[in-house]
Design a protein around this ligand. Structure first.
Ligand code: NDP
Ligand code: OAA
Length: 276
């Protein structure tokens, strides 16, 4: 029997659930061409507007409700509001397929999705997204990590409206100095900042979990970029890394987020794969 080659493995059909700052950029990259991947369908809230946003693609694809995606695709990129994670991921995982999750904060309150993946041979992929260094953190976690700390600084418009600020009556619209607005864990932040701190949950899942990881969030009126610094102390290494994200049209979301998904999809079929 001939050996299976990249060529004979066939093309992976990719669906995108959510056509905002992340989804549209990923759709454009797939349309431009990622070896071994083909965009087959997308979902959005406003399907008419989504079709208009896809009109410039070389090969526009259908815009369908999220429940129709699984029949069309092998992989789904979840980049929609966090509350939709189970509806998007569930059907793919039940079919033993792959779900790339951007709303990673929602994984903590939907652990049943991990059970589904385990039971049916599917996989949930949390890309590095707007963060950095998850390869080093997962490697360190194979040994003993003593502590992980993350400090996030965001422009005011990247934070306004977060439930934590509303519940604790913290006003940031008119601050003139940096203000620490949160000191806690990624598990708490996933509830209080569901659209702002997916990166902290991704870091926690890579390292020592959502209760032992420490997180500070600052609102900084002088900033134009979302910045994240992670500090890890492990028996294998100590490291500190920072990233300053250029925002997209959505001030909560850095440009590098979509690029992280694109690089993951490109690696799926690459003859030389860099990074884990
Ligand atoms: N892990 C990470 O590092 C990061 C994660 N994120 C997270 O990724 C997700 C996507 O971010 P972003 O692209 O900036 O978000 P946007 O708000 O820009 O886009 C969200 C998209 O979801 C669509 N949507 C809303 N309701 C539905 C529905 N019922 N069915 C299908 N689609 C729907 C919207 O449709 P419409 O266009 O019609 O309104 C929109 O296209 C968010 O959860 C965000 O918090 C963001 C940055 C970094
Ligand atoms: O964590 C997020 O969801 C987004 C974020 O901070 C960023 O884009 O820098």
């Amino acid at each position: 029997m001939p050996a299976t080659t990249e060529h004979s493995r066939g093309v992976r059909r990719v669906a995108i659930a959510g056509l905002g700052a992340v989804g549209l950029r990923v759709a454009e990259a797939l349309d431009e061409g990622l070896p071994g991947c083909a965009l087959v369908a997308v979902s959005a809230n406003d399907r008419v507007r989504a079709a208009e946003r896809l009109a410039h693609l070389r090969c526009p694809v259908p815009v369908v409700p999220v429940e129709d995606l699984e029949a069309l695709a092998d992989i789904v990129v979840e980049c929609a509001p966090a509350a939709l994670l189970p509806a998007i991921a569930g059907p793919f995982l039940r079919a033993g397929k792959t779900v790339i999750v951007l709303s990673s904060g929602a994984i903590l309150s939907h652990q049943e999705l991990v059970q589904l993946a385990r039971a049916h041979g599917g996989q949930i992929v949390v890309p590095t997204g707007a963060l950095l260094g998850l390869d080093a953190v997962t490697a360190a976690a194979e040994g003993d990590i003593r502590s992980v700390r993350m400090i996030t600084r965001k422009p005011v418009k990247g934070l306004v409206g977060a439930p934590y600020l509303v519940e604790h009556d913290i006003a940031i619209a008119d601050i003139t100095e940096p203000l620490r607005i949160f000191d806690g864990t990624p598990r708490e932040a996933a509830i209080g900042f569901p659209a702002n701190l997916n990166v902290a949950v991704a870091l926690a899942l890579a390292g020592i979990g959502p209760d032992r990881t420490r997180l500070e969030i600052w609102a900084d009126p002088a900033l134009t970029r979302n910045t994240h610094t992670i500090e890890v102390d492990a028996d294998s290494a100590s490291f500190t890394m920072s990233i300053a994200n250029v925002p997209t049209d959505n001030p909560k979301t850095g440009r590098i987020t979509a690029l992280s998904v694109i690089s993951y999809l490109r690696k799926l079929n690459a003859p030389l794969r860099i990074g884990s």
